[in-house]
Ligand binder design. Structure first.
Ligand code: URA
Length: 418
C-alpha cells in the first residue's frame, strides 16, 4: 500500500488491479485508516483519471451485494446533495404516477445538506429500513419505494465515506463519482438521473467542475451498461423554502397536493421546485421509455395522482395518510427581518442548512422557512425567514441574508447540458 500511496502522491495513475486490491485489503483490515486517508488526500490533490474512478467504482460494488430487478426498466434518481432539496420526495412518486418503476436508495444528511431518509422518517411510523425483498416487491407492486441504503450494499463506501468525512477528503471528483455510482449500481436500477448541484452550498462550487462530475457520473454508469442522464443545477440558495426534516415533508406534501393554504409554498417553492422537478421527471420517464414526460407530469400533479402515489408509498412503508396530513411546522415562528433595504445578493445557505439540521434534530417539526429569493428587492423590516424553534432562544439570522444596492447577476436554475 505504501507504494500505491507514493505513486498517487507523485501524480501517477493506479491500475484497476491496484484499486481492487486496495479496496479488498481495506475491507479486510490489511490496510489501516491512516493509509487509506493518505491515499484519499493524494486523490484530492492529484486527481484521478476516468479509468481510475471506474476501477474504484467496480471495486466498491464488489465489496457487497447487488440488487437485481427483472422485467420493466427501473429508474433511480440521485442528487449530489443540497439544502431544501425536496426533488426526490416529489419526483419519485410523480414519475411512478406516470407509469415508471422507481427504486430509490437514499442516504442520510451529510454536513449542511439534508438526507431524504431523515426527512421521510419524520413522518410517524415511516419505515426506511426495508429488506431487499420488500424493497423490490414494493417497486413491482406500487411502482416506487424510497429506502435506506443497507449495510450489505457497498460496505466499502460506507467505511471510506466516513473516513473521508473525518479527514476532509470528500471533494475529489473521482472519489465522489465512484462513491455515488457504486451505490447506484448496487441498488439495481437500470437507468439513473443525476442532479449535480453547483454553487456555494455544493461540493462542486464551480459550474465547470459540476459539469465535469456530471460527465463522469454518466460515463461510468454507461460503462456498467446503465442509461444515465445528468443535470447541473443551482445550489446558491435553498431550492424550496423549507429547511428541516418535517418541514420539507410538509412542503413536498403541499407541493404534491397543491395545498393552497400554504401561501409561502405556492409563491416561492412552486417556481424553483416545479421548474426542476418537471425536467427531472421527464428524464426519468424517458429512461423508462415513456415519452412526453413533462406534460404527463403536469397532468399527474393536477389530477392529484402524484399525491395519491406519495400517500400509497408512505402507507406501504408503515406511515398513514392521517399522520402525514396532520404534520405542520411548530407554531409561532420567530420572524427574521431585513435590517436595511436592498436587493438580495446572496444567502449563507450553509449556515441555514446547518441550523435547519440542528433544529430538526431537536424537534422534527422545527426548522426554517425562507421567505425570499436571490434577486428580490427587499424593504427594511420585511420578513426574510421564519424560524420554527422548539424553545424561545432568539436567533440572529439577518446576517445570513446579504443585501446590496446592486441587482445580482442572474444565474440559471439548470445549467446547459453537461
Ligand atoms: N455523495 C455521495 O454519495 N458520495 C460522495 O462522495 C459525495 C456525495
Amino acid at each position: 500500500m505504501r507504494r500505491a500511496i507514493e505513486l498517487k502522491r507523485d501524480g501517477a495513475e493506479l491500475s484497476p488491479e491496484d484499486w481492487s486490491g486496495i479496496v479488498a485489503a481495506f475491507m479486510d483490515d490489511r490496510i489501516d485508516e491512516a493509509q487509506m486517508a493518505a491515499l484519499c488526500m493524494a486523490c484530492v490533490w492529484r486527481g484521478m483519471s476516468l479509468e481510475e474512478a471506474h476501477a474504484l467504482t467496480q471495486a466498491m460494488v464488489a465489496s457487497g451485494d447487488v440488487l437485481h430487478f427483472d422485467g420493466d426498466v427501473v429508474v433511480d434518481k440521485h442528487s449530489s446533495g443540497g439544502v431544501s432539496d425536496i426533488v426526490s420526495l416529489v419526483a419519485v412518486p410523480l414519475a411512478a404516477a406516470c407509469g415508471a418503476h422507481v427504486a430509490k436508495l437514499s442516504g442520510r444528511a451529510l454536513g449542511h445538506t439534508g438526507g431524504t431518509i431523515d426527512k421521510l422518517e419524520s413522518i410517524p411510523g415511516f419505515n426506511a429500513n426495508l429488506s431487499t425483498d420488500a424493497f423490490i416487491a414494493q417497486v413491482r407492486r406500487i411502482g416506487c419505494a424510497i429506502a435506506a441504503q443497507t449495510s450489505a450494499l457497498v460496505p466499502a463506501d460506507k467505511r471510506m465515506y466516513a473516513l473521508r468525512d473525518r479527514t476532509a477528503t470528500v471533494p475529489s471528483m473521482g472519489l465522489i463519482a465512484a462513491s455515488i455510482v457504486s451505490k447506484k449500481i448496487a441498488g439495481g436500477a437500470h437507468a439513473f438521473v443525476f442532479d449535480v448541484k453547483t454553487g456555494r452550498a455544493a461540493f462542486m462550487q464551480k459550474p465547470e467542475a459540476a459539469a465535469e462530475l456530471a460527465r463522469r457520473l454518466v460515463e461510468i454508469s454507461t460503462r456498467f451498461g446503465r442509461r444515465a442522464t445528468a443535470f447541473v443545477t443551482d445550489m446558491n440558495e435553498p431550492l424550496g423554502h423549507s429547511i428541516g426534516t418535517g418541514l420539507e415533508i410538509v412542503e413536498a406534501r403541499n407541493f404534491l397536493s397543491r395545498n393552497a393554504a400554504d401561501s409561502v409554498t405556492l409563491s416561492l417553492s412552486k417556481g424553483r421546485v416545479y421548474n426542476l422537478v418537471l425536467p427531472i421527471v421527464a428524464a426519468m420517464l424517458a429512461a423508462a421509455g415513456i415519452d412526453d414526460g413533462e406534460s404527463r407530469a403536469r397532468s399527474a400533479l393536477a389530477s392529484g395522482a402524484a399525491y395519491e402515489k406519495f400517500v400509497e408509498m408512505i402507507e406501504a412503508q408503515g406511515a398513514t395518510r392521517a399522520t402525514l396530513e396532520s404534520m405542520e411546522p411548530l407554531p409561532n415562528p420567530q420572524v427574521v427581518r431585513a435590517q436595511q433595504s436592498g436587493y438580495l445578493h446572496g444567502i449563507d445557505v450553509i449556515r441555514l442548512g446547518n441550523l435547519g439540521r440542528e433544529l430538526a434534530a431537536r424537534n422534527s417539526l422545527a426548522g426554517l422557512r425562507v421567505a425570499v429569493r436571490i434577486g428580490d428587492r427587499i424593504e427594511k423590516n420585511a420578513a426574510l425567514a421564519y424560524v420554527h424553534t422548539p424553545d424561545s432562544v432568539t436567533l440572529d439570522l439577518a446576517g445570513a441574508f446579504e443585501l446590496s444596492n446592486q441587482h445580482p447577476p442572474s444565474r440559471p436554475l439548470i445549467y446547459p447540458s453537461p
